[in-house]
Design a protein around this ligand. Structure first.
Ligand code: ZN
Length: 463
């Protein structure tokens, strides 16, 4: 494991220092300076961006064309500043992923593969300097106390990646857990390690919460951090109940480390490393798609890059006093926005995933698991598992009725025709697959609300 304590400590202190930026104006002024110097660097070293921005000055960076994953992959070879081609990067990346080896590298450059359906996967290059900066920043933002105190950290990752492999010293003990190793093995190791800090995707935290409930897992971490996936309210409840504490969140993707929770449990954007512009979907509700500019990444510059997530601003300021934008919720992917036929003109209108989730969860306390799939604008399938501790049978029928009502109300409120709703049983572990020996073979991202049809070319997605 690569250890570079000096660089980590440097970035740790820098992050702590920036946490002292007192007000919004100071933050924005500082960001503006950083982004302009970043743009100068990128123009000089990336042929693709140089061409893309040729009609704009550095100060006009907010008018640069918006990037997304597709564009980034299309122009990968000309875009990165280290001369790696897409072909060689994917070849090495897939080979490493299949062998479940360490993350792939070409020279000193490490890659991260972003999730997505095949053909829609992104690849992101990271230099050793960027890796160290990342480590220092994450540590500064997540550690419950100072770098000088001892801490034992359990870190669950999808394949042991070099991207995360650079943190470790005699005070900070990082223990890595490959998400796809047998759960039984994780439990044994965890019981032995007794981590103070537990970091894992919510789907794994939920499995660990079950193990704790059954008495197999005997750890008492003082801080739990959910990473890599959106933390669903039902999963959160299950984890918090078993571990008897609040679950913290890190909102991070291969594109960057974007937000994390403060001591009050509020998510704040990491505006000391990224600028997040808001493309509003609904300004009144504070819902927006983030356009990120990460001025700490030089290898594969991310400038005005649109993510696929939907964020909601927090209406009230957070009591912690941080000048960084507070986020109420992250609600998964734009691709999963449902649509209904307008009552007036039959056009399609968007219905945010969060509305669908709330209609289902609030219909009954007994809903333990659910999955809502929209097959067509007038047909929704809801898979349900309800807590049947008391009198089963009739109760699920009642819950289904409540949910149908709630969904009808929701669609009517948005002036849409209520869809036909069919109910099915939520199969055990739609998201975790086990082989015949009961060992975990696949852990998919939890996705509660899923749209399975494509919008027509002429549909305006956000009317
Ligand atoms: Zn806060």
């Amino acid at each position: 494991m690569l250890i570079d304590k000096g660089a980590i400590v440097y970035h740790y202190l820098r992050t702590k220092l920036h946490q002292r930026l007192a007000n919004r104006q100071e933050v924005e002024q500082w960001q503006e300076e950083r982004v302009r110097s970043h743009v100068r660097f990128v123009r000089k070293h990336s042929a693709f961006y140089r061409e893309l921005w040729k009609d704009y000055t550095d100060a006009q960076w907010r008018q640069f064309p918006i990037m997304d994953k597709e564009l980034m992959m299309e122009h990968f070879d000309q875009l990165n500043t280290v001369g790696i081609t897409k072909e060689e990067a994917f070849a090495v990346a897939y080979q490493a992923e299949n062998s479940r080896d360490f993350a792939p590298t070409i020279g000193p450059i490490t890659f991260g593969l972003s999730s997505g359906t095949s053909g829609n996967r992104g690849i992101f290059l990271v230099s050793p300097q960027e890796r160290r900066a990342w480590s220092g920043t994450v540590i500064a933002k997540m550690l419950p106390h100072s770098l000088l105190q001892k801490e034992s950290i359990a870190f669950f990752l999808r394949a042991n990646s070099n991207l995360y492999g650079s943190v470790g010293s005699h005070r900070l003990q990082f223990h890595y857990y490959d998400l796809l190793n047998p759960v039984k093995e994780h439990i044994e190791r965890l019981n032995e390690q007794r981590p103070g800090l537990l970091v894992a995707p919510p789907s794994m935290l939920r499995i660990l919460a079950q193990a704790k409930q059954q008495g197999h897992l005997q750890i008492h971490p003082h801080k739990i951090i959910s990473v890599a996936e959106v933390l669903d309210p039902l999963v959160r409840k299950a984890i918090e109940t078993q571990f008897e504490q609040r679950v913290h969140q890190v909102y991070q993707c291969t594109e960057g480390f974007l937000a994390c929770t403060c001591s009050h449990g509020t998510l704040h954007l990491n505006e000391d490393i990224v600028i997040i512009e808001k493309e509003y979907l609904d300004q009144k509700l504070g819902r927006f798609v983030p356009i990120i500019t990460d001025f700490s990444r030089r290898t594969q510059p991310i400038v005005r890059y649109r993510l696929n997530d939907i964020l909601t601003e927090r209406a009230e300021p957070c009591p912690c006093g941080s000048p960084y934008l507070a986020i109420e919720s992250i609600e998964g992917r734009c691709d999963d926005i449902f649509y209904g036929y307008s009552l007036h003109d039959d056009r399609l209108r968007p219905i945010f995933p969060d509305f669908i989730s709330r209609a289902i969860i609030q219909a009954s306390e007994k809903v333990v698991e659910y999955l809502a799939i929209q097959h067509t604008p007038d047909r929704i399938e809801i898979c349900l598992r309800v807590d049947e501790a008391d009198e089963a049978g009739s109760r699920s029928a009642q819950i289904e009725e409540h949910i149908t009502h709630a969904m009808n109300d929701l669609f009517l409120k948005i002036n849409c025709k209520p869809p036909a709703i069919e109910f099915n049983v939520y199969e055990q572990d739609i998201y975790a697959r086990y082989d015949k020996q009961g060992e975990l073979t696949e852990l998919k991202k939890l996705r509660r609300v899923e749209r399975r049809f494509q919008l027509g070319e002429d549909t305006d997605p956000f009317i």
